[in-house]
Design a protein around this ligand. Structure first.
Ligand SMILES: NC(=O)c1ccc[n+]([C@@H]2O[C@H](COP(=O)([O-])OP(=O)(O)OC[C@H]3O[C@@H](n4cnc5c(N)ncnc54)[C@H](O)[C@@H]3O)[C@@H](O)[C@H]2O)c1
Length: 454
């Protein structure tokens, strides 16, 4: 534990010599991989989480995230990694990176309860000379309004303040925002190659964060303020959300016009400038794209501003599961089968290919709508042998067992491809199924009258 006033040069020296102690709060899809990256750089990392089961599993060397092997946890442990639920240990850290959830409430307003409760738990232990970075995606203003505000409010009696301008002496807390920009399931761009955007409450906070992240990430991008960095992350995800909505809408028009939207997008993507390909699907899922844009539209309202692109994109994307179910109904009726009573197998429930993440997955809504229409629905997903209940769903069922030959598919009136996991052999799916509704163009290149692309 550090005592006395820390000098900026000493702080940077600790990072350079890997003697700085790094605390990571929230050991989920973002926090745990980040922990491992800092451990790989030989930092002694302490992971903090309120979930006692996660803490216990990590300390016995287990992983609960599919793409993280127990060997990765063991390697981190060799560099001193331990998980804990004891927030008093925050005082021992030189840097604390916060990676807790930022979901939406039912009315599309930000649920900041995880960030707020994290700050309330750590603020009594935060001290001068520490760097506190918020990584959770959030609306512009959060780092100042919640992180810095809580540190100063709770720390007032101990004389703890947030650093704002000054010299080499770190007689306050360095506070910054640095969004996580990971793309789960993306095996092409290693996480270290994704530049780390950083906005500090003051220049020293940005410099300290840049030095720390610079040990792991190939490039850091320093911004003028936390709010600008918060807005940058939202822009990235809104850009994606709006463009996906655009192709989802175009897909519906193309179907009416009997034009293959996938063929159109592939051709447009050959343009070497001015066009980036986005692909339609059954809706959007995950913790980011369906959620983050609403963080900005909520904040915009406080400025008397209506963010129309965000609202429209949300509307289009959220309507997609109902559209898929309607198309499935039509496809079944075309074959003389009513949706009510039809046996439907939904293939893939994760929100996208090859991830073990169900959050906001459109497949869950599709299952709900199919069941609500009287269909007998089963699902299969190699990542989810069973699905219980979550924040916005209650499926409570087990995956339908499929053998390698997938002969069981013939027992269903329809197989609906909701997620195109690479573990699936789609030629075999088409071969065995009676009818395939393909929302992901997974059966591209397969010529068969059984396939309905939607
Ligand atoms: N998952 C992604 O791919 C991704 C990508 C970019 C950004 N983000 C953002 O990163 C943040 C974290 O997302 P995630 O996917 O890792 O979430 P997650 O749900 O996988 O993990 C969050 C962890 O925080 C813990 N936690 C909750 N409240 C806590 C508290 N008060 N103190 C300590 N721990 C607490 C939970 O137990 C959980 O282990 C979110 O803001 C998200 O929008 C996520």
């Amino acid at each position: 534990m550090t005592t006395g006033v820390v000098q900026m040069t000493d702080w940077l020296e600790r990072v350079a010599t890997r003697t700085a102690r790094v605390g990571i709060i929230g050991l989920g899809y973002v926090g745990l991989p980040l922990t491992l990256l800092f451990s790989e750089e030989r930092f002694e990392v302490t992971g903090f989480d309120i979930d006692g089961a996660k803490v216990a599993r990590l300390n016995t060397g287990e992983s609960y995230i599919h793409r993280i092997e127990p060997a990765h946890i063991a390697a981190a442990q060799k560099h001193g990694f331990r998980a804990t639920a004891d927030f008093a240990r925050i005082a021992e850290m030189d840097a604390v990176l916060i990676c807790v959830p930022t979901p939406l409430n039912a009315d599309h307003s930000p649920d900041m309860s995880f960030v707020v409760s994290t700050m309330e738990s750590i603020a009594p232990y935060v001290r001068a000379g520490q760097l506190i970075v918020l990584e959770s995606t959030t609306y512009p203003g959060t780092t100042e309004e919640i992180v810095a505000e809580t540190i100063e409010r709770v720390g007032v009696e101990r004389g703890v303040r947030v650093l704002r301008g000054g010299g080499d002496e770190l007689d306050g807390v360095l506070v910054a925002f640095s969004p996580e920009r990971e793309d789960p399931g993306n095996l092409v761009t290693p996480r270290r190659e994704i530049p780390k955007v950083i906005g500090g409450v003051d220049a020293r906070a940005a410099q300290a964060a840049s030095a720390l992240y610079g040990t792991v990430f190939q490039r850091t991008v320093l911004m003028s303020s936390p709010a600008a960095a918060e807005m940058t992350k939202l822009l990235e995800n809104i850009y994606r959300c709006v463009n996906i909505a655009l192709v989802n809408e175009l897909k519906q028009l193309c179907e009416r016009m009997e034009i293959d939207v996938w063929e159109v997008i592939e051709a447009a993507a050959t343009k070497p400038f001015g066009f980036q390909a986005f692909y339609p699907g059954p809706g959007v899922g995950g913790h980011c794209i369906p959620v983050d844009p609403f963080y900005l539209s909520w904040k915009a309202q406080q400025y008397g501003f209506a963010s129309r692109f965000i609202e429209l994109a949300g509307e289009v994307n959220e309507s997609m599961p109902a559209y898929v179910v309607e198309r499935t109904k039509q496809a079944l009726e075309h074959r003389g089968v009513a949706l009510k009573g039809a046996k439907v197998l939904v293939l893939g429930v994760a929100y996208k290919r090859d991830v073990d993440d169900l959050r906001e997955s459109p497949a869950l809504r599709i299952i709900e709508l199919l069941a609500g229409s009287g269909a007998e629905v089963e699902y299969h997903d190699p990542f989810f042998p069973e699905v219980g209940h979550g924040r916005h769903y209650a499926l409570n069922r087990r995956a339908y067992p499929l053998t390698e030959g997938m002969t069981e598919l013939g027992g269903f009136d329809c197989v609906l491809i909701a997620t195109d996991h690479s573990a699936y052999d789609f030629e075999r799916v088409v071969e065995q199924a009676r009818l395939v509704v393909d929302t992901r163009n997974a059966a591209r290149g397969i010529a068969s009258g059984k396939i309905v692309r939607c």
